[in-house]
Design a protein around this ligand. Sequence first.
Ligand code: GDP
Ligand code: MG
Length: 436
Amino acid sequence: NLSLKLDRAFKTLKGTGKITEINVATTVKEIRRALIDADVNYKVAKEVTDTIKDEALGRDVLIAVSPGQLLVKITQEELTKLMGGSKVDVNIKGDPAVILISGLQGSGKTTFTGKFANLLKKQGRQVLLVACDIYRPAAIDQLKVLGEQIGVEVYAEPENKNAIEIANHALDYAKKNGKKIVIVDTAGRLAVDEQMMQEIEALKKALNPSETLFVVDSMTGQDAVNTAKTFDERLNFDGVVLTKLDGDTRGGAAISIRHVVNKPIKFISTGEKMENIDVFHPDRMAQRILGMGDVISLVERAQQTFDEDEAKRINAKIRKNQFNFDDFLSQLEQIKKMGNIKDLMGMIPGMGKAMKGLDIDDDSFKPIEAIIRSMTPLERENPDIIDGSRRKRIANGSGRTIVEVNNLMKQFSDMRKMMKQMNKMGGAKKALGGMM
Ligand code: GDP
Ligand code: MG
């Protein structure tokens, strides 16, 4: 199950306490496995995950608050890109415009033909369906039934065994009867065969369609990719219709097909009913492939670790150069909750540098916390008033040495200087972007 796998992948990344390049590599490997499980072809999955890895390392996923979230985002972006980025419309040109439907038998051509006609009809278009599956009388009846159901006329010549003739007659009929779009449903075979290819090629030549669609059953996995390749070599089709994307099918075929034939997917079919048709959106399919429902809850869990409001509040204070010891304490609390202390230190401007050389674990915060807690509220809010005598009192109160107190004061002052500098450069917001 894909979502479980991703869950595990992102846990690997979050749970080990340290986010390293090795963890990214492990996670990316899990993503690859998940993609392969979703029917993405191995080579494609490898290419995609290599890109994701480069992107992730380039974007400093290592210091992000929720690297899992960032990886999901990057993965989704890459998958979306792979599937063409944005939706591509069907070309409807000519009078009448001709749309040719191709594909293997059982792929869902006739069903799609009805669905597409229904869609166009709802847009107020004048559509004519043409039954060019000359081998099976039942196929003609099937289209007629669909046509009746959606209220679109079907042109058929049950006795004629010449598909090109039928289609040409249909075009004449369309012109005479004000039909603006002619959708030609064709015969398929159970497997790719030379006669079928010649027939559909000849039909395309004779009809000069503005759009040739290739319909493919997404459940056939790797076969779908090979079939698409063969059809494209012969037909040079314009777009792909992925059918039977209802149920459990994850849609990995969309990525593989797009990658192999480099033609846009234009529709997906998600059931047998006339309404079960959707325009293909690469970003939505990427979400589907990633099993976004589960991933989103993962992301939410990751976000819970870091209190967003608190992060915003602190960010505002940093920007106004008002960062004080209370904020410092609160940041320490947040960081402790998140676990990955050393890597996360880098997210607070100046903090990483100020703390350099410290061997950081939860315990190493204890002296710092003790010292800050020994300050009065007034001192925490106004670190500048902490003079020599106050430092002595704080050292006594916290059970730490005056040297330790001085060190903390120095580190804190360095941090604030760094923040001020970043504010001047306008960079604080950017540097803290991962926290928001
Ligand atoms: P054709 O031989 O390519 O014309 O395929 P058909 O349109 O006759 O479809 C073959 C079978 O698949 C029929 O039983 C359809 O009802 C079914 N079918 C078509 N599209 C879908 C779909 O998106 N989802 C599901 N579940 N079944 C579909
Ligand atoms: Mg059919």
